[in-house]
Design a protein around this ligand. Structure first.
Ligand code: HEM
Length: 401
């Protein structure tokens, strides 16, 4: 049996491999860049079923045991792993319920004016007619500022966070990883302590209260929850914005259509999610018993990676899957996952993206890739995001003249 290696070339362009696997070996063995043996699921129907299958466990302890036996992977510190994305029912239900209300479509919609203000503030700071890295200037700070505002984290701490979080999700050196992780944990412990002494109106204060008032949440679960919300808020929406901008730059006809009809924005955002899915692979799952997926029986205690990026380019589901078509109108992409772990932040991510694209397209009459710069993707099998997005912006007024 040939072994698929998720190497550096894969990180730069995973789609040729995905297309071949969907055709030839839709459920197959693979080895990650760090040497972990996994099963990779690449077809849409299989991926969707696998994401909702309770026999594919997300339990933190179970996953840790299997990973420790296999080696070849870095396991996060125990103090931050007990969160909803690392748990099965019934713990999952209890943990998700504690924050679920804050993320309903209605509660999120109420954040619109605040998000618009943050977006406008960032765009005001961009020197028009210049060449900039859109990631640093806009796509990163927008979602970070929003999630930090929601949780109640001081603006001054954002930069430290970006760096820790980046080190943790990319394939960094072990010492660097340890340093980032302990820096982050120490910071969170201190932050929780501060919210306990001086509670505010924010979500973190509410979680601390939930922890202290009843037995809904252990101290460890509280820490892990904050860690999860922060990392999820830091590492994902940024890629939706930047990947979407890049997709439009590479499909000028679609950019023109969207400019001509901003009513297409919601459907365009869904297409960005499908076309260049910000989360390339769903997080680790482990078979609690032998599980048949498609034609293949995966034994118990195996690590399964469900590729969202591949499922969303499956030609059996989407006609012309490698083309960006902003009014496809066919929903059901798996970019936010599926089943009980379906992304909690989806309404927030969608709203942020809609505001971001509206603002970028109305402020700048022209957006172009800066010439002569090679685009690189971040070294991660989990996330699909650019290292930099150098663009040239031309203000709308200038263009109209
Ligand atoms: C474009 C942006 C985003 C994308 C593509 C995305 C994607 C995903 C995916 C694929 C999952 C499921 C992972 C799995 O099953 O292995 C997930 C779960 C989750 N996401 Fe997001 N996410 C985004 C933004 C956010 C934001 C802004 C937040 C909020 C802070 C957030 C919070 C969460 C949480 C808490 C979970 C775990 C839910 C659970 O286990 O029940 N996400 N996300």
């Amino acid at each position: 049996m040939h072994h698929t290696v998720l190497d550096a070339a894969f990180v730069q362009d995973p789609y040729p491999l995905y297309a071949r696997l969907r055709r030839e070996a839709p459920v197959s063995r693979a080895v990650t860049a760090t040497g972990l043996s996994v099963w990779l699921v690449t077809r849409y129907e299989d991926a969707r079923a696998a994401l909702a299958d309770p026999r594919l466990s997300k339990d933190a302890r179970r996953i840790r045991e299997v990973l420790e036996i296999r080696g070849g992977v870095r396991v996060l510190d125990e103090s931050i792993i007990e969160h909803m994305l690392n748990s099965d029912q019934p713990d999952h239900t209890r943990l998700r319920r504690l924050v679920g209300k804050a993320f309903t479509a209605r509660r999120v919609e109420a954040l619109r004016p605040r998000i618009e203000e943050i977006s406008a503030g960032l765009l005001d700071g961009i020197n028009p007619d210049s060449e900039i890295d859109l990631l640093t200037a806009y796509a990163f700070p927008l979602p970070i500022t929003v999630i930090c505002a929601l949780l109640g984290i001081p603006d001054a701490d954002h930069d430290a966070f970006r760096s820790w979080s980046n080190t943790i999700v990319t394939n960094s050196e072990p010492e660097e990883f340890e340093r980032a992780q302990s820096g982050l944990v120490a910071y969170l412990v201190q932050l929780i302590d501060r919210k306990r002494r001086e509670p505010g109106e924010d979500m973190l204060s509410a979680l601390v209260a939930a922890r202290d008032d009843g037995d809904q949440l252990s101290e460890r679960e509280l820490l892990a929850m904050v860690f999860l919300l922060l990392v999820a808020g830091h590492e994902t929406t940024v890629n939706l914005i930047a990947n979407g901008v890049l997709a439009l730059l590479r499909h000028p006809d679609q950019m023109a259509r969207l400019r001509a009809d901003l009513g297409l924005l919601p459907s365009a955002v869904e297409e960005f999610l499908r076309y260049e899915s910000p989360v390339n692979m769903a997080t680790f799952r482990v078979t609690a018993e032998p599980v048949r997926i498609g034609e293949v029986e995966i034994p118990a205690e195996e690590v399964v990676l469900v590729s969202l990026g591949s499922a969303n380019r499956d030609g059996d589901r989407y006609g012309d899957p490698d083309q960006l078509v902003i009014d496809r109108g066919l929903g059901g992409h798996l970019a936010f996952g599926h089943g009980i772990h379906y992304c909690l932040g989806a309404p927030l991510a969608r709203l942020e993206a809609e505001i971001a694209f509206r603002d970028l397209l109305t402020r700048f009459g022209r957006i172009e890739l800066a010439p002569g710069r090679e685009l690189r993707w971040r070294d991660s099998q989990l996330m699909r995001g650019l290292v930099e997005l150098p663009v040239r912006l031309t203000p709308a007024e200038v263009n109209a003249r």
